[in-house]
Structures are given as structure tokens and as C-alpha cells.
Design a protein around this ligand. Structure first.
Ligand SMILES: C[S@@+](CC[C@H](N)C(=O)[O-])C[C@H]1O[C@@H](n2cnc3c(N)ncnc32)[C@H](O)[C@@H]1O
Length: 218
């Protein structure tokens, strides 16, 4: 039995853990400021760090990302991988691709990143690679579609990570506005699907905005 239902997620604990994270380096700090200023939703620092840790722990050589934005998560994934590691990432936005290319070049990681311009539901079926890690972080209503398309391309033992599964508290609580209805309901359905998926062993971690974490078992 869990010792205490609210043992971890109190404001005090969350603030403490946030402050415990080492400061971002100059490039990441610049990206965080850019994202805040231009309202680009990039991964929380703890989520980004989790990506780096997991890429390294899984010895991932090739990762697939749905939803690149400015490349903040790509940089973390690649920093967790050995020098021959690569990321294939998908985003339809010219503006995001331009910003990400610039940051990735400055990070010395542009050559290890294959940027696919387009919609993940259309791009994933064209990819013939086998992946070690899948990171889902694009349109919330499409998470199940991304997973269904990408899972056959993930090796057994490969890792699936999905961001925002608690969607700012709305998934387990109240939906804040009409425009959040469809995404929240889709995530509620997705969480059930993800947790009970016969090919996955996974759970939702209390990291960031709720981080799905699973290993492909069959
Ligand atoms: C939450 S952001 C990604 C953040 C990034 N993974 C990070 O942590 O730094 C979502 C991104 O998905 C992109 N996007 C929107 N529709 C998409 C689609 N159908 N397929 C792939 N990406 C999409 C948006 O342009 C946006 O840049």
C-alpha cells in the first residue's frame, strides 16, 4: 500500500525538485528563453533530462520523435546517445524547422538529426528504420495514431515515452475550456490504451506534465 497518496506531489516537493536540477548550459538556457518568449511548448527541464537519461540507459542508437519544435528534446536525446546515435524527428512547421536547425547546428548535432517536414501520421508510414526509442509529443488527439504506426518499427526492448499525459491537471480533473475538451478526452482514452497495451509494459510517471514510459515487450 502506498504510504501516502500525496507523499510526492506537493508544491513544496515539486519546487524543491525543480531547484535541485543543475542550471542549464548557455545554449539550452537561450532555447528556454526563446520558448518562453514565443510561447513554444518545449519539454520541462525534468522531462528533457529524463529523455537524456533514458536514451543513455537504453543505449539507443536511433530515436523517433513526433513533434520537434525548436529541437530542445532532440538535443537532450542526442546528448544521451553515443556519437553514432541519430534522431529522426517530425514537424510540419517551417518556422520550427528553421529555429531547430539553427540550434542543432550550434549544438554540433545537426548532422545527427534527420528532420522530416510534415505531419507525423503521414510521415511515420514512410519510414523504414527500426527504432530503439520513440518520443511522442505532437497533437494530443493523434497520440494513439502515432503509437499504432510507430510501434511496429520499434524493436522489442525499445522504449516509448509520451509527454503531457496529465495535460496540466485536466486529464484527472476538470477541463478548463471548450478548446481543451477534445485533447483531454483523447488523452484519457490514450492513457487507458497505453497502460493496457498488450505489446507494452508501461506506466505514467509523475514527471513534468505526466510522462508515459513503457518498454516494448512483444
Ligand atoms: C510540444 S511541441 C514539441 C516540443 C519538443 N518535443 C520539445 O520537447 O522540445 C509540439 C510540436 O509538434 C508540432 N506538430 C504539430 N502538428 C504536428 C503533426 N501532425 N505531426 C508532427 N508534429 C506536429 C508543432 O509544430 C510543435 O512544434
Amino acid at each position: 500500500v502506498k504510504a501516502k497518496l500525496d507523499a510526492i506531489l506537493k508544491t513544496e516537493q515539486a519546487e524543491y525538485l525543480d531547484n535541485l536540477l543543475p542550471a542549464s548550459d548557455d545554449l539550452l538556457a537561450e532555447m528556454e528563453s526563446y520558448a518562453a518568449e514565443h510561447r513554444v511548448p518545449i519539454a520541462d527541464r525534468e522531462v528533457a533530462r529524463f529523455l537524456e537519461i533514458t536514451a543513455r540507459a537504453a543505449d539507443a542508437k536511433l530515436a523517433l520523435e513526433c513533434g520537434m519544435a525548436i529541437g530542445y528534446s532532440v538535443i537532450h536525446l542526442l546528448r544521451g546517445m553515443s556519437d553514432d546515435g541519430r534522431v529522426i524527428t517530425i514537424d510540419p512547421s517551417d518556422e520550427m524547422i528553421s529555429r531547430a536547425s539553427d540550434y542543432l547546428t550550434r549544438a554540433g548535432l545537426r548532422e545527427r538529426t534527420q528532420i522530416e517536414k510534415g505531419y507525423a501520421l503521414e510521415v511515420i508510414p514512410r519510414l523504414n528504420e527500426t527504432f530503439d526509442l520513440l518520443f511522442i509529443d505532437a497533437v494530443k488527439e493523434e497520440y494513439r495514431g502515432y503509437l499504432d504506426l510507430a510501434l511496429p518499427k520499434l524493436r522489442i526492448g525499445g522504449v516509448v515515452i509520451c509527454d503531457n499525459l496529465l495535460w496540466g491537471g485536466q486529464v484527472a480533473g476538470e477541463i478548463r475550456s471548450d478548446d481543451q475538451q477534445a485533447s483531454t478526452e483523447a488523452l484519457r482514452e490514450f492513457n487507458e490504451y497505453f497502460i493496457n497495451h498488450p505489446q507494452l509494459r508501461g506506466e505514467v510517471l509523475a514527471v513534468g506534465d505526466g510522462l508515459g514510459y513503457a518498454v516494448k515487450v512483444a
